[in-house]
Design a protein around this ligand. Structure first.
Ligand SMILES: *[C@@H]1O[C@H](CO)[C@@H](O)[C@H](O)[C@H]1NC(C)=O
Ligand SMILES: *[C@@H]1O[C@H](CO)[C@@H](O)[C@H](O)[C@H]1NC(C)=O
Ligand SMILES: *[C@@H]1O[C@H](CO)[C@@H](O)[C@H](O)[C@H]1NC(C)=O
Length: 424
């Protein structure tokens, strides 16, 4: 919903405030009355200042005390009682409908397949979101073959094949640069905006690294990337986080199974960061937190054991690591409330969904209070988090062809929000 425009009637003016308007309108040549009004105004101002000061000294302490009381009563992570996980459901709904009607994207032709560019075909594995996006965009109503209609231009760079052929980074960067140069040369669209209305999508960390080597590309166009811990290049108002997911899932989505969720929190995995080392060192052998440093061997026991835990835990820990991970997507799918442990992380659809309503976000240093923090979340709040999580599952799901409000459409909506970026 567009904000109501400020009409003249709505804008601030004080036509009826006597001290000001009368003074302003009073004809010159009546100096006594004029100065009397000046006196009254001055008195008012002094009185006002006195009141403010009194307020400041006597009531601030009271309010401070009340706040303290309030803080210790309530769980620390508030706003759990809303019905919707959207920041602003009404605004989202009307703007989303507008996007469905209007948004058009021009897709540049693939580069020469012999020089390593082509649309990824795989819809499985760790980088499935990338594969789905490439497929979905052409299946969707956003696709246009007419660049004159387009709001945005999609540069279909996928580095899968380059990786497969064992190219060095230098060579990959050269290939990406050459391809973008060719688009700049053949079409007039890049030069119009220096690429501000262009975007590319890469889930593969190799792809992110290869595109990073072409500075004008990452600076100007919109990067839609999987791992969005702040790597120095992710610019939150310009770029978009693609939710990373490992497909297929082995079991159906979790949901109304709260009574089976007996484990307070679960994490198992290979440690590849200091945070994960500390997590394991701190909570290994704990009776309530099920923390297993590399103990579930996916090859030995199969993924079933891991998945079972996701069905049986209330919270699933998602500690930050150096590479992108599908752990958050797993937690959402199996309806295990994700506990995001990261100091900086630009969560997918952050500007559309309020993550505090379906996840718990902690600082890395809160690792040591983890058990207290999770225990402090009341059963009622946990149920609310869990129910909201079930409601957002569809926004993280990829489909072919894409369906309304699914992961593809959420990414498109994030792009739609960025269509007005400053054109340089
Ligand atoms: C766009 O600008 C570049 C120089 O930056 C130039 O080489 C290229 O020919 C221009 N493209 C078009 C289509 O005019
Ligand atoms: C957990 O138990 C194992 C074996 O009993 C022991 O070697 C390890 O030091 C324990 N870890 C912690 C953090 O107490
Ligand atoms: C948990 O709650 C208790 C009291 O309800 C409070 O003293 C404690 O500081 C809280 N701990 C955390 C980590 O929030």
């Amino acid at each position: 919903m567009a904000p109501p425009s400020l009409s003249r009637e709505n804008s601030f003016s004080f036509p009826n405030f006597p001290g000001i308007s009368f003074l302003r309108n009073y004809p010159r040549g009546y100096p006594n009355i004029r100065s009397r009004y000046l006196c009254v105004s001055t008195a008012c101002i002094i009185l006002y200042l006195l009141c403010t000061l009194t307020n400041f000294f006597f009531f601030d302490q009271l309010i401070f005390n009340l706040q303290l009381q309030h803080d210790s009563d309530a769980p620390r992570r508030v706003t759990l009682y809303s019905f919707s996980a959207f920041h602003s459901p009404e605004a989202f709904e009307s703007d989303y409908k507008k996007m469905e009607k209007e948004l058009k994207v021009f897709v540049y032709p693939d580069g020469d397949p012999e020089t390593y560019f082509h649309t990824p075909r795989k819809l499985t594995g760790k980088y499935s979101s990338e594969g789905y996006f490439f497929k979905n965009i052409k299946e969707s109503s956003f696709f246009t073959a007419d660049p004159l209609q387009a709001h945005l231009f999609f540069i279909p760079i996928s580095c899968h094949k380059m990786r497969g052929k064992g190219l060095t980074y230098e060579r990959m960067i050269y290939e990406v640069g050459k391809y973008v140069e060719s688009l700049k040369f053949k079409y007039p669209y890049w030069n119009r905006t220096l690429g501000a209305d262009h975007f590319f999508v890469t889930c593969h960390d190799i792809g992110a690294k290869a595109t990073n080597g072409v500075p004008y590309l990452v600076k100007n166009s919109i990067r839609v990337v999987c791992s969005s811990s702040y790597d120095g290049l992710f610019i939150p108002h310009k770029d978009v986080t693609l939710p990373q997911v490992q497909l297929p899932f082995f079991h159906p989505a979790g949901g109304n199974d709260i009574k089976n969720r007996k484990i307070l929190a679960f994490w198992a995995g290979r440690s590849d960061s200091k945070l994960k080392d500390e997590l394991a060192a701190m909570w290994d052998n704990d009776t309530e937190l099920d923390i297993q440093n590399n103990r579930i061997d996916l090859h030995a026991t199969g993924p079933i054991v891991y998945v079972e835990k996701l069905y049986r835990s209330k919270f699933c820990l998602c500690p930050h690591g150096p590479v992108g991970s599908s752990r958050i997507a797993d937690s959402i799918h199996y309806a295990c409330v994700p506990v995001i442990m990261s100091n900086y992380y630009d969560l997918p659809f952050n500007d559309i969904l309020d993550w505090r309503k379906f996840s718990v976000i902690v600082k890395e240093s809160e690792l040591y209070q983890l058990k207290d923090i999770l225990r402090n979340i009341s059963e009622k709040d946990f149920v609310t988090l869990n129910q909201n999580l079930v409601k957002v599952q569809k926004h993280f799901k990829w489909n072919t062809p894409p369906v309304r409000l699914d992961a593809f459409h959420m990414v498109m909506y994030d792009l739609w929000l960025r269509r007005h970026l400053t054109r340089y």
